[in-house]
Design a protein around this ligand. Structure first.
Ligand code: C5P
Length: 225
């Protein structure tokens, strides 16, 4: 059984306000993407890595990562980037494990990869995703800002990556039509076809760098290490 990590890094990252695409922004002197690739390789549970970046940055990225890492062009949306990565796995066995891991979660500890890979190999489940309990009360709202509901907090999890699935499951999930605008993560696509997805323990360090504040937080974590 082979474990492949697909790393979508083709986002423009406008919320971060940087000139370059988000994954290429430095975090304490090293681009987020190379930190993410190093983290995946250091986990010791991943056999191969495919990175999806903006088409004009494929060559520059290949020069930044180890030779064993495949670098390809991503797509217009994250879902298109993951689909492009999946299409490279032509020689894969249906039971191989595929992890999808955001470059923007570049501080994810090895133990999270270990837990996801271990759980994703369990045939009872269609996939495994890391999650952490939410500290805030979450409200659903309508377009006018009116509160429409308050889900029980104890039953909520904030979901991170890596998200792990067997190759055949993820292929079928991505072959579905009409979900590109509604599914905000890979597990959402698997759930949409009736797959039972299991949440394993995530880690606060697997947070996604989205805003300037997140970037400063990541730098503070690295300086404190
Ligand atoms: O924008 P967001 O933070 O949700 O993106 C999550 C991950 O998906 C990032 O690592 C980003 O680079 C990646 N992405 C991508 N292709 C896109 C958009 C986002 O690979 N077209």
């Amino acid at each position: 059984m082979t474990v492949t990590a697909l790393i979508p890094a083709a986002g423009r990252g406008v919320r971060l306000g940087a000139d370059e695409p988000k994954a290429f922004v430095d975090v304490c002197g090293r681009p987020m993407l190379t930190r993410a690739v190093s983290g995946v390789l250091a986990s010791g549970v991943v056999d191969r890595v495919v990175v999806m970046v903006p088409a004009d940055l494929v060559d520059a990225t290949a020069a930044l990562v180890p030779e064993s890492v495949r670098v390809i062009a991503g797509g217009a949306e994250r879902i298109d980037s993951v689909r492009a990565g999946l299409q490279t796995l032509t020689d894969g066995d249906p039971d191989d494990i595929v992890l999808v891991h955001d470059a923007a979660r570049c501080l994810t500890p090895a133990a999270v990869f270990e837990r996801v890979v271990a759980a994703a190999g369990d045939r009872y489940w269609a996939g495994a995703i890391p999650g952490i309990p939410v500290a805030d009360t979450i409200k659903t709202v309508n377009a006018a800002g009116g509160v429409t509901g308050t889900p029980q907090r104890s039953g909520l999890r904030a979901i991170q990556t890596p998200q792990g699935f067997r190759l055949d499951v993820l292929r079928r999930a991505y072959a579905q039509n009409g979900l590109d605008d509604v599914a905000t993560d890979d597990a959402g696509l698997v759930e949409a076809m009736g797959g039972a997805v299991r949440v394993v323990a995530g880690d606060p360090l697997a947070f996604k760098i989205t805003t300037e504040w997140d970037l400063r937080t990541a730098e503070r974590v690295l300086v404190a290490e």
